[in-house]
Design a protein around this ligand. Structure first.
Ligand code: HEC
Ligand code: HEC
Length: 230
């Protein structure tokens, strides 16, 4: 009887020990899984290297590595890792258009479909030399996410989800950029969306000003934002 109690207690301890250190589960892990990249001037490209480790004994494969915003590029040196091996992952964040505290995630998927996430933080300071910068969130590789999703959209909420939500947040309640709920006048809102605020953070969205939206889309979008409750 006493022996059985002892065995039961040690089993409980063992389960507790395994539970208390979930990071010890074998497989691919980010090292570190949280990285502060420090402070940069807007427009600078900030780079860092983090490791992907296989802390198990079986062979593992990195099937996919993705970042939340395309302005962060990531590429592992190798995608095949035997037990105990690691590979460097080179990360580059393009800080163009960004200001303040930025948080980006990187997600990797292994051959079983299991995902793990690493978090990058950095602080972007205003850069006096970038004010006349001709680049925009509508250019080049940025366009696939900040322009194309609005194509053919005719419903206000869908246009918003396509090209505004990433900065102004769900329900226009604010996020990286301010809340839009204070606006009461469709014409005022229409004008700001069409012409932008004069900074490259909020460029003109009207097609005749180089943006992605036609007049009708902007009007429908402005009406939808006004219709939201504060
Ligand atoms: C693969 C899609 C994708 C591409 C490509 C992309 N973005 Fe983004 N962008 C997003 C998403 C999604 C968010 C909001 C979520 C996030 O960043 O984690 C975002 C957010 C932003 C923000 C708000 C601040 C922030 O980082 O949260 C800025 C500014 C921005 N992007 C600029 C750019 C620029 C400039 C480019 C081109 C160099 C670009 N993006 C390319 C998807 C993309
Ligand atoms: C890449 C990020 C980004 C995207 C995408 C974006 N905005 Fe903005 N927006 C901002 C920022 C940042 C500001 C704050 C003013 C500034 O810095 O120019 C702003 C300001 C505004 C303002 C003025 C707010 C005020 O308080 O005066 C309005 C209105 C607005 N945005 C509407 C929109 C709408 C509608 C969309 C989608 C069509 C959109 N924005 C897409 C970043 C963005």
């Amino acid at each position: 009887m006493q022996l059985l109690t002892k065995i039961l207690i040690s089993m409980c301890l063992l389960i507790f020990a395994v539970d208390a250190f979930p990071s010890e589960t074998p497989g691919l892990v980010f090292d570190p899984s949280k990285l502060d990249m420090g402070t940069a001037l807007e427009g600078e490209k900030v780079t860092a290297t983090i490791l992907i480790r296989n802390n198990g004994s079986d062979f593992e494969q990195i099937v996919k590595v993705e970042s939340s915003c395309g302005c962060t590029t990531v590429e592992p040196e190798t995608r095949m890792l035997v037990g105990g091996a690691f590979t460097p992952l080179h990360v580059e964040v393009d800080t163009f258009g960004k200001l303040g505290d930025i948080r980006k995630s990187i997600t990797m998927t292994d051959q079983y479909g299991k995902k793990r996430t690493a978090w990058l933080t950095l602080h972007v300071k205003k850069n006096p030399h970038i004010m006349n910068e001709k680049r925009s969130i509508f250019d080049g590789k940025c366009a696939s996410c900040h322009v194309d999703p609005a194509k053919g959209k005719t419903i206000g909420s869908e246009i918003y989800t396509a090209v505004c939500v990433m900065c102004h947040g769900a329900g226009a309640t604010g996020g990286y950029a301010p809340s839009l709920l204070k606006f009461k006048d469709v014409h005022v809102l229409d004008a700001i969306i069409s012409n932008g605020t004069g900074t490259h953070h909020m460029p003109a969205f009207a097609q005749n000003k180089g943006g992605p939206l036609n007049e009708k889309q902007i009007n429908t979008l402005a009406k939808w934002i006004i219709s939201l409750d504060e």
